[in-house]
Design a protein around this ligand. Structure first.
Ligand SMILES: Nc1ncnc2c1ncn2[C@@H]1O[C@H](COP(=O)(O)OP(=O)(O)OP(=O)(O)O)[C@@H](O)[C@H]1O
Ligand SMILES: [Mg+2]
Length: 383
């Protein structure tokens, strides 16, 4: 899919900005705090119904106002052009319209216009806590499988309710056993579906990922992914999950929380048989991350039969020149790419010409589009 154009109304520091995009690489440039990431955030509302920054809708309306709007034309691989409108106001909340029909459930939209996002926060994926890696798996799977998203939503609901009962028990000393048992059943049912899909995902994803990694490095490094569930999930997942909860019953009451299940999963990121979090160099971390994102692109495309767009926020700042050039060469050949950068001088003009590049210069929430790399020097000077 390709986003052909977008309009932002009272969206962050954009009062009223319109952009037309190329199907190749769109470079959104400008000094710090001018409104570059906000454009990617608006694209995220179109494709994922929400901000990839994991921020609440209420933070988005332009200071002094209470509502925002995003209006976009999105073309699928089958050349069908859809109009997408997202509007927010405090009284009615957020509304998503697809070709003027309101879509009430985000699960009905997610996956229609797939995207792969690489933003500075993603660097926590390889070095940070297990929750980052769970989020990664959930983000990919939610886009390729509607039923996964539904199971995950139900799982979270059951977890919240069950934790409430356990916390009550811890604080008040008494427990409603019937309620606990009902929510345990729900937790096990939906959790089993989530664990089994995540396990299959890591199996399926592994090869694509290893190939992506190899395409980025010249050395013979051996990358691997390993699913690490919170209980032994090799046998019958449902009975193992139940068994784990039975064994943890006392501890759960003492802690006032559920101690086994997909909310405590991890995915081991391994390089040459060692966990990357503890042993890898900075460069290896970054290469691992980029390989994950390229693999995500291929995986989503294969599963959905729709080409994802790539949203790359500030990647140039995180990578040295050689690596950044390689990454841009790799990703911009895949599909439509949106890339933010403060420093235009780090772009290789010849390379950008090859990839159907278009520049969008952002200043104080206003956008000027300029085509072709002939303007590179002008744009750099104007910053
Ligand atoms: N709701 C809002 N209303 C108005 N301005 C906002 C709002 N939320 C954030 N901003 C401001 O909008 C500006 C643009 O933010 P954005 O993240 O898009 O900048 P950027 O161009 O990506 O900068 P950087 O290069 O530093 O990443 C910032 O000054 C930010 O503080
Ligand atoms: Mg930014």
């Amino acid at each position: 899919m390709k986003v052909r154009k977008i309009q932002l109304t009272n969206f962050r520091n954009h009062a009223d900005s319109s952009l037309e995009f190329t199907g190749g690489i769109n470079i959104i440039t400008g000094a710090n705090a001018q409104g570059k990431t906000s454009i990617l955030e608006a694209l995220s509302y179109v494709c994922l119904t929400k901000s990839f920054l994991q921020q609440s809708d209420v933070t988005v309306p332009r200071f002094g106002g209470e509502h925002f709007g995003v209006d976009a034309a999105v073309e699928t691989d089958r050349n069908i052009v859809n109009r997408v409108r997202v509007v927010y106001e405090p009284a009615t909340g957020k509304k998503y319209f697809l070709d003027s029909n309101e879509v009430k459930k985000s699960a009905d939209v997610i996956g229609l216009f797939p995207v792969v996002v690489l933003a500075p926060g993603d660097f926590a994926l390889t070095g940070g806590s297990p929750s980052e890696r769970r989020k990664f798996a959930d983000m990919v799977l939610s886009q390729v499988s509607r039923s996964y998203l539904e199971e995950l939503t139900e799982y979270r609901r059951a977890l919240k309710q069950r934790n409430k009962i356990l916390l009550d028990a811890k604080l008040n000393g008494s427990i409603d056993s019937n309620m606990l048992s009902a929510w345990t059943d729900a937790l096990v049912a939906h959790g089993t579906a989530v664990v089994s899909r995540r396990r299959r995902f890591v199996d399926e994803f592994h090869e694509t990922f290893a190939a992506s990694y190899r395409s980025l490095v010249e050395s013979g490094e051996l990358p691997a992914l390993r699913y690490e569930p919170s209980f032994d999930a090799n046998g019958d997942i449902e009975s193992e999950f139940r068994k784990a909860l039975r064994n943890l019953a006392k501890a759960e009451r003492a802690r006032g929380a559920s101690l086994a299940g997909p909310h405590r999963d991890d995915i081991g990121f391994i390089l040459n048989d060692l966990p990357i979090r503890e042993f890898a160099s900075q460069g290896q971390h970054k290469t691992f991350l980029v390989a994950l994102k390229i693999a995500e692109f291929h995986y989503i495309k294969a599963m959905l039969g729709e080409t994802p767009a790539m949203l790359l926020d500030d990647v140039m700042a995180e990578l040295d020149y050689g690596r950044a050039t390689r990454v841009i060469q790799k990703v911009s050949g895949l599909g439509q790419t949106f890339l933010t950068a403060t420093d235009m001088l780090s772009f290789d003009e010849k390379m950008l010409d090859m990839h159907d590049a278009r520049f969008h210069f952002v200043k104080e929430g206003n956008v000027v589009c300029e085509n072709g790399s002939a303007n590179l020097q002008t744009l750099s000077v104007r910053q």
